[in-house]
Design a protein around this ligand. Sequence first.
Ligand SMILES: Nc1ncnc2c1ncn2[C@@H]1O[C@H](COP(=O)(O)OP(=O)(O)OP(=O)(O)O)[C@@H](O)[C@H]1O
Ligand SMILES: C[C@@](O)(CCO)CC(=O)[O-]
Ligand SMILES: [Mg+2]
Length: 397
Amino acid sequence: MQVEDVFVSAPGKAILHGEHAVVHGKVALAVSLNLRTYLRLQVTTTGKVCINLPNIDTFHCWDLSELRRLIHNFHGKRDEVQRLDAELVRRLREFVGVNNGNLDTCSMATLSFLYLYFSLFGSSELPSLTLTVWSELPTGAGLGSSAAYSVCLAAALLCASGAIPAPLKEWDHTARWCQEDLELINSWAFQGEMIIHGNPSGVDNAVGTWGGMLRFLAGKIIPLSRVPLLRILLTNTKVPRSTKVLVARVKDKINKFPSIMTPVLDSVDAISCTCEKVLSEMTCEPITGEHYNILEELIDINQHHLNVMGVGHPALDILCRVTLAKGLHSKLTGAGGGGCGITLLRPETDSLVVQSTVQDLRDCGFDCWETSIGGPGVQQHSPLSVKEDILEILNRY
Ligand SMILES: Nc1ncnc2c1ncn2[C@@H]1O[C@H](COP(=O)(O)OP(=O)(O)OP(=O)(O)O)[C@@H](O)[C@H]1O
Ligand SMILES: C[C@@](O)(CCO)CC(=O)[O-]
Ligand SMILES: [Mg+2]
């Protein structure tokens, strides 16, 4: 077994179009953000496994002997990455003390760590380690915090188990894995997402793994390399919500009204495809106002569809109204039900207009900032390449 100390990070994401519909086999367009989750994994000789998750105020330390007892007579299936191992999930739920279907924030994060830890080390020696995670992303707000967390866990634990090499060379600040290793990271991150979400499409962990902008359809990931630079305003309504609950709510609605909801999902699919076509045209012909008019109309139509699906929220309605008063168009991003929304800014949108919109949204109690999109996917860091304030937090434990 090859075990090392590693620093890794993975980006959050914004979904331009296709949230929820993507869970039901429709196209989604998603893009990575410049906000990242960072993880430090230290190999220790304490005989303990410790996790420090200060964003969600969760700290645990278990004796290795206790963990060994937990998986006594259990044989992990390292190659089975499409489905969760029901027996392992059952044992872990009992261990963490969750018996019903509704997991709280801390239990979900703990459970997904333990699931990956046992799955990846179960058949060999369980290592003593300390793992610390700190994220720049708001947790549970639609920006893929669960996926960034799962991708970091998968990358660090796979690396520590020796299943994939640590790509960082002595002279590098950051380094990425080869395609095959990224696929393995992505598939284990998907398992972490399954623990947290219940029924994830896989789009969020794909963006966390590969970064950039991508088209996602039924597990098939197509990176979109030719996309125009989009200016996006991100707003966090700060209304808490759970992706798992919202995904289940949409499924119930589809089951209840199949003939009504299926056309809505088909329409969202067409919106994603139309958006992709317009974005591609914008890279090979001069960008016109009409391109932006179409992008804005697609945003408005999709926001209505998401309301029809039952994942809107009065705070998101306020976001749309306040921005429209300045001539700007917004939609929720991610699972909705509160959380974050995106607002498209035109290249010519005056910075004074942006500033006063941001102020109006802050006056509503929201967080709001202009963001840059398309950051790199999961990467390994030298300690020097981790921002100082984040390194200080990761080194605190
Ligand atoms: N920094 C973190 N540290 C520990 N756990 C985290 C962290 N970020 C996210 N999580 C886990 O992910 C859960 C939030 O996931 P959820 O899918 O509900 O929201 P999201 O991923 O932010 O939004 P969306 O799925 O809509 O993009 C938290 O309850 C926690 O279990
Ligand atoms: C709501 C959803 O479509 C996106 C969450 O970011 C869920 C998923 O795709 O797993
Ligand atoms: Mg999530």
